[in-house]
Design a protein around this ligand. Structure first.
Ligand code: FMN
Length: 210
């Protein structure tokens, strides 16, 4: 099959991204803002780290930088309209809590930043490193607390993605979670072992000819 080589190197080729609502402390104590982000990802398990990419000209950028903390709130499909609103308005001009009807609630570890009550999953984050990448600044942060609505847990107390119904973001589009589970982590491990045992897939020892 022929491959198309893109002339524009567009980060939107990475698909899908979660759509997240980031709450961040505002300058006036007790006040806060919300920004919608697609450039959000988990980057490490121990310690649990996430990264967010924020444009320097966003009102939230300097707030996140000076507070040194933020909350990644994962909205469900029902919050799509509020999610879009927080991405097309600026906290420099509007109170996004009042605009969307979302409710701030007390975080457990962070002192300045509230959770968004209506979001089923909330990750409290403390910034560890800040990297200026170009169009966006990368805030690398440690997850210090995770909250979830009991309604989105499975029978073992783990997050059930089918109940969370997160919003996938791809190239300026919102996509629902596909309804079907198509596999689980490690499902191909047995087959890989069998193929390795059959032979012919080992790497040649270092320094051997050919
Ligand atoms: C779905 C969606 C995803 C977005 N992703 C990002 C992102 O990853 N990084 C970013 O800097 N802005 C992103 N934006 C744009 C900001 O949310 C937008 O500029 C917002 O108005 C900034 O708010 P603020 O000025 O209150 O900080 C996104 C917007 C939408 C709607």
């Amino acid at each position: 099959m022929a491959k198309h080589l893109f002339e524009n190197l567009d980060a939107h080729a990475m698909m899908p991204m979660p759509t997240a609502l980031i709450s961040c402390a505002d300058r006036e104590p007790g006040t806060s803002n919300i920004i919608t982000l697609g450039w959000v990802g988990s980057l490490s398990s121990v310690p649990p780290m996430v990264g967010i990419g924020v444009k320097p000209n966003c009102y939230s950028h300097d707030l996140i930088q000076s507070a040194g903390e933020f909350v990644v709130n994962l909205p469900s499909e029902q919050l799509l309209e509020a999610t879009d609103m927080c991405g097309v308005t600026t906290g420099a001009e509007v109170d996004k809590w009042a605009l969307t009807g979302l409710t701030p609630s007390q975080a457990s570890k962070l002192s300045k930043t509230p959770l968004i009550e209506e979001c089923p999953v909330n990750l409290e984050c403390v910034t560890r490193q800040v990297l200026s990448l170009g169009s966006h600044t990368l805030f690398l942060a440690e997850v210090v607390a995770i909250h979830a609505d009991e309604a989105v847990l499975d029978g073992r107390g783990k997050l059930d993605i089918g109940k969370v119904r997160p919003i996938n973001y791809f190239s300026f589009q919102y996509w629902p979670l596909g309804a079907e589970l198509i596999g689980t982590y490690g499902m191909a491990a047995k087959k890989a072992k069998e193929r390795i045992a059959e032979g012919g897939v080992s790497r040649k020892p270092m320094g051997s000819a050919g």
